[in-house]
Design a protein around this ligand. Structure first.
Ligand code: MG
Length: 160
C-alpha cells in the first residue's frame, strides 16, 4: 500500500510529466514552424519520453495495487523569442522537474516507503541526464557564430 498522501503526490507528478510532454510538443511545433526540422524532431522525441515518464509512474502505482489518475493538463506556452531562449527554457523546466522529483523522493523517505524510493531513484538519475543533454544543446548554440553552424546543429539533432 502507498499512503494516500504519497499517492496524491505521485498523481501530481504524473500530471507534471504530461504537462512536460505537452510543453515539448509545443516547442517542437514552434521549431518546425521556425524552420528547424532537426530541433523539432529532437523535441518531439523528448515529448514522447515525458509521456513514458508519466506512464512509468502510473504503472508503478498499478503494480502496488493503487489507482493512478488522469487529470486535466494546464495550457502550455506557444511562443519563444528564438531557438536559444527556447532551449534555455527547456533547461529551466528540467531543473524545476528535478526539484519536484527530489521533493517526492524526500516524502517517500520520510514515510519510509522503500519501494517508492527505489522507483524514484530511476527518475533522480534520469533528471541528471535530462539536464545534461539540454545543456549540451545550449552550449552548441552558444559556440555557434554563423548560419551554417546553426544548420549543422539542426542536422545533428535530426539524428536522435
Ligand atoms: Mg520527465
Amino acid at each position: 500500500m502507498i499512503s494516500e498522501k504519497l499517492q496524491n503526490s505521485i498523481n501530481t507528478q504524473i500530471n507534471a510529466e504530461m504537462w512536460s510532454s505537452n510543453l515539448y510538443l509545443s516547442m517542437s511545433y514552434y521549431l518546425g514552424h521556425a524552420g528547424f526540422p532537426g530541433c523539432a524532431h529532437w523535441m518531439k522525441k523528448q515529448s514522447a519520453e515525458e509521456l513514458e515518464h508519466a506512464q512509468r509512474l502510473a504503472d508503478y502505482m498499478l503494480s502496488r495495487g493503487e489507482h493512478p489518475k488522469v487529470s486535466a493538463i494546464a495550457a502550455v506556452p506557444e511562443k519563444w523569442d528564438d531557438v536559444n531562449s527556447l532551449f534555455r527554457h527547456a533547461l529551466q523546466h528540467e531543473q524545476h522537474v528535478s526539484e519536484l522529483i527530489n521533493k517526492l523522493y524526500k516524502q517517500a523517505l520520510n514515510e519510509e516507503d522503500y519501494a517508492t524510493q527505489d522507483m524514484l531513484m530511476w527518475f533522480v538519475r534520469e533528471q541528471v541526464e535530462e539536464e545534461e543533454s539540454v545543456q549540451e544543446i545550449i552550449d552548441k548554440f552558444e559556440h555557434c557564430t554563423c548560419g551554417c553552424c546553426v544548420m549543422n546543429i539542426d542536422n545533428e539533432l535530426a539524428k536522435r
